[in-house]
Design a protein. Structure first.
Length: 418
């Protein structure tokens, strides 16, 4: 099957997650084309709806109906499919380098509508933006009671697909907003990012009861969001740990509706060896404390002090990781990235990637610390794809951030070689 994957807000991380999931489940596929908005892939041999339930960074998945040379030819494809399925309601979404998408999408939709046998019940779903948002597709029930056609360009052709699965927006919203214990002051990792991080660990699920369940640890668990997503993906041997008893209590309450399996520990990360056996954990997936909230007017000296304190904490934590991870175990780790105006005052601290606010994203030396302790950094994308996206680093790590944020997140994946 040829398939179109529509990428989320952070396309590089969305692609990396998708590659990790296919690797974990031993499903191979061939990337035909990569755009900032989509991936076109061949030989995808899996249930697309089931696949969507596992992902955090893909917003739509569409199966390709065929290839055409023009939008007018695409209209023929759409018309034939609607007549075949007996559908009267449809929408059209254009992605990639198609000029004037809003006008082109409306024109294409009207061609299809006129071509159908219009008995007064044909309805073209439109919006003020193009492509249609996932929320619009869900609200209009185009998957179950209609059709959304997805059209992407590649090599002077247009690939026409029909949407098979949409990201479950309501489920992610409920996972975020319906937690019994939410600590807005402490900050909370978004459930979508938490799921992507679990997938980036690429830890195989136990295939049978005879196999040992892989062990996953979050040593800075906070309210338990990462462990919640691990449980939803089917992992059963999970450990929530935090230095704060209040945080562990909140995690326990938040996870109680999902599973009774988690092990809860109140422990400083530096004391985990007194609570866990050496070489007992398959993957550590965590967002540690990222430092105090920033307001955008902090002095370079304050950011420098914060960076030093965090690097010291992270170094202590990573030293412990080398003891409790199994040989070859993985760490998926969030390190803060500060948006600063005067990057030259912080030039001794890592890399700089210019952001959209004419400031700079200032990285900590966390990636280097992992290397110092014997970890091998795992590039999150193949080399040929890394250069296609901004917000990638020389280490192959990726930046998860909005331009208006004062603190972003560097996503680091490291494999133990000790």
């Amino acid at each position: 099957m040829t398939t179109i994957f529509i990428l989320g807000r952070e396309p590089a991380i969305s692609i990396s997650e998708l590659l990790s999931v296919f690797k974990r489940e031993h499903n191979n596929f061939e990337i035909e084309a990569v755009d900032s908005e989509f991936i076109l892939a061949r030989h995808v041999d899996t249930d697309l709806f089931e696949l969507m339930t596992k992902l955090g960074g893909i917003v739509k998945i569409a199966g390709v109906l065929g290839e055409v040379s023009s939008l007018e030819s695409a209209a023929d494809f759409c018309t034939r499919e609607l007549n075949r399925a007996g559908q009267k309601k449809f929408g059209i979404s254009l992605y990639g380098n198609i000029p004037d998408k809003l006008r082109a999408g409306h024109r294409l939709g009207m061609i299809v509508k006129r071509a159908l046998k219009d008995d007064g019940h044909v309805r073209l779903v439109t919006a003020l933006v193009q492509p249609l948002s996932s929320a619009t597709v869900l609200k209009e029930k185009l998957i179950d009671q209609g059709a959304e056609f997805v059209i992407v360009p590649h090599q002077k052709k247009l690939f026409v697909g029909i949407t098979a699965a949409i990201q479950p927006l309501e489920e992610f919203a409920a996972a975020d907003m319906n937690r019994p214990r939410r600590n807005l002051l402490a900050g909370m990792i978004p459930p979508k990012l938490a799921r992507m991080m679990v997938n980036l660990a690429a830890v195989p699920l136990a295939a049978s009861a005879a196999q040992n369940e892989p062990a996953i640890l979050d040593p800075f668990c906070g309210g338990g969001t990462i462990i919640a997503e691990a449980l939803r993906l089917g992992y059963k041997n999970v450990v929530c740990s935090d230095v704060s008893a209040a945080a562990v209590s909140a995690a326990r309450e938040n996870l109680s509706a999902i599973s009774d399996r988690p092990k809860f520990l109140v422990s400083d990360v530096r004391a985990l060896l007194t609570k866990l056996s050496p070489a007992s954990i398959d993957a550590i997936i965590t967002e540690p404390t990222l430092g105090p909230p920033l307001h955008g007017n902090e002095s370079p000296e304050k950011i420098r002090r914060t960076a030093t304190e965090l690097e010291d904490l992270y170094a202590s934590a990573i030293a412990v990781f080398t003891k409790i991870l199994k040989p070859g175990g993985r760490a998926v780790f969030v390190s803060p990235v500060f948006s600063v105006k005067q990057s030259r005052d912080l030039k001794s601290r890592g890399q700089k990637i210019k952001n959209q606010n004419a400031a700079y994203w200032q990285f900590l030396r966390t990636a280097e610390i992992f290397q110092k302790f014997g970890f091998t950094l795992t590039p999150l994308l193949p080399p040929e794809l890394l250069k296609k996206f901004k917000h990638t680093t020389e280490y192959g790590t990726l930046l998860y951030a909005r331009p208006d944020q004062h603190i972003g997140r560097e996503i680091i994946v490291a494999r133990g070689q000790f």
